[in-house]
Design a protein around this ligand. Structure first.
Ligand SMILES: [Zn+2]
Length: 216
């Protein structure tokens, strides 16, 4: 059993989610900041014309795969279902939202490679960031992310290809104020080893995998 955190290491493309009026459910979300809002509609997007990539991330932190890759995965895993994204007029586009509603429990306290900043006092679920060392005359170094889970915890999800972390990256605003627009922090997305192998066999550009650490 192996799992991997995915990231997109090139510049994000297009907008998605809250700013495009996608619909969210707040049953399990923080009343104060909105972290944990669950997408219930197709992901609405804009700026998706002329993209010839199999995998990318939007400016709002949503991961997208092409219809081609979706079909490759579905040939191997027919039960794997994703929703296509839609434009602002409601037209279905040839891209799929790499998304799941399955949330892992919190990662273990020994996890490293992240920092917490500007976290919501009520839910303490957002405000996570990858730890980066920024120096003026050198390229930024992003620390490896070591998310640790106990074997029985993650083993419960062993048949899932796609999971997300309880912890969410960046800040959330349930209500717009000042210069802050409405937005919900996104989780880290975790894929099974099987899904990683499919991405690798298709030679997807811009994707990076960091293995989740599983302890007894
Ligand atoms: Zn909160």
């Amino acid at each position: 059993m192996k799992y991997h955190i995915i990231s997109y290491i090139k510049a994000p493309i297009g907008e998605s989610g809250e700013c495009c009026k996608s619909e969210y459910d707040f049953s399990n979300a923080c009343d104060f900041c909105g972290t944990g809002a669950e997408l219930v509609s197709h992901l609405k997007v804009k700026g998706f014309s002329k993209i010839s990539k199999d995998f990318f991330e939007t400016l709002d932190g949503d991961f997208i795969i092409s219809k081609r890759i979706y079909e490759v995965i579905r040939k191997i895993k027919p039960d794997f279902i994703l929703r296509p994204v839609i434009d602002l007029k409601g037209n279905i586009l040839e891209y799929y939202h790499l998304y799941t509603s399955i949330v892992l429990p919190r990662f273990e306290v020994q996890s490293t490679g992240y920092v917490i900043d500007g976290q919501c006092d009520k839910c303490k679920r957002n405000g996570y960031f990858n730890h980066a060392i920024i120096s003026p005359d050198k390229p930024t170094i992003v620390s490896p992310l070591n998310l640790i889970y106990k074997e029985p915890t993650i083993g419960f999800y062993q048949n899932e290809l796609l999971l997300k972390t309880w912890e969410c990256i960046g800040l959330s605003n349930k209500v717009a104020f000042g210069n802050n627009i409405v937005g919900y922090a996104r989780p880290w997305i975790i894929v099974s080893h099987e899904l990683k192998e499919i991405f690798e066999s298709e030679k997807i550009i811009g994707i990076e995998f960091e293995e989740v650490i599983i302890i007894k």
